[in-house]
Ligand binder design. Structure first.
Ligand code: BT5
Length: 256
């Protein structure tokens, strides 16, 4: 069901019934010289990963678990912007295929009202700050019902089906995720990241909201005000003072 991009597509798909992690597999292919546009899709992952070694639930039949290899002529510090690019592409595909109003939650999630529907894991092979390969891993919950999620994700994880009120065709969704990703990637290479940042601002779950910022060494409340040109989240601390640029952190949205 999952294979079959249209002819002329710039993506080359490799489909696997099962992998530990599509990111790990594609990173190996990348080291062996696989070209930009190589996509690895797995029907299920046995060791799907989030950031910082966290687990990503990847059961068979219900989601899209995929990784895309890019070789952008960009510095390694642009990696967070590439993760936002993938989240923006997923948001657009969700709207297009399932008429779901999804939002991008900084730094790497896509949300629907019921919870987190997608997470992006951007990993780099870089040399002297030049990206040699960027592996964009996308985990997108498609046809789960609430009871399909493990208990610890209850109330946190959601699927497009839960948001749309009907099942969603995974192959069609995959096509649109890749189309929207390709379009944004071409735009980034020609025009830079500003149009993408405008899109993410327009469809953000985070901006204008009270948030809790969890950094490695401290946790603090503030107001998410804007995205910086480098992809940082600008948060005005509740304790006062100028907005702070937040880079590597978890951000939770607090009820207003
Ligand atoms: C992410 O990490 O959100 C990035 C997830 C990337 C998964 C894709 S699947 C294809 C590719 N291959 C991989 O091995 N990974 C990528 P993070 O922001 O750290 O969020 C992880 C947290 O999300 C977990 O600790 C859980 O709380 C929650 N979670 C786990 N599985 C989930 C799911 N299926 N849906 C929603 N939330 C989930």
């Amino acid at each position: 069901e999952l294979v079959g991009l249209e002819p002329g597509s710039t993506f080359h798909l490799e489909y696997f019934p099962e992998l530990p992690s599509t990111n790990d597999h594609l990173r190996r292919l990348g080291r062996q010289g696989a070209p930009e546009g190589t996509v690895v899709v797995a029907e299920q992952q046995t060791a799907g990963r989030g950031r910082r070694g966290r687990e990503w639930a990847s059961p068979p039949g219900l989601g899209l678990w995929l990784s895309v290899l890019l070789r952008p002529p960009l510095p390694a510090r642009d990696a967070p912007l590439l993760a936002l690019m993938a989240a923006a592409a997923v948001r657009a595909a969700a709207e297009q295929v399932a008429a779901v109003d999804a939002r991008v939650k900084w730094p790497n999630d896509v949300m629907v009202p019921q919870g987190k529907v997608c997470g992006v894991l951007a990993e780099l092979d870089a040399e002297l700050d030049r990206i040699r390969a960027c592996i964009l891993g996308v985990g997108l919950n498609v046809n789960q019902t609430a009871s399909d999620f493990p208990p610890h994700l209850a109330g946190k994880a959601a699927s497009l089906r839960m948001a749309a009120g009907r099942p969603v065709h995974r192959a069609e969704l995959l096509r649109w995720v890749l189309r929207h990703l390709g379009a944004r990637y071409r735009q980034v290479l020609v025009e830079g990241f500003e149009p993408l940042l405008e899109e993410v601002r327009a469809f953000s779950a985070t901006l204008g909201r009270p948030v809790t910022v969890e950094e490695a060494d401290r946790t603090w409340p503030g107001l998410a005000e804007d995205l910086a040109p480098d992809g940082a989240l600008l948060v005005r601390p509740a304790s006062g003072g100028a907005p702070v640029a937040v880079y590597a952190a978890d951000v939770s949205i607090r009820p207003a």
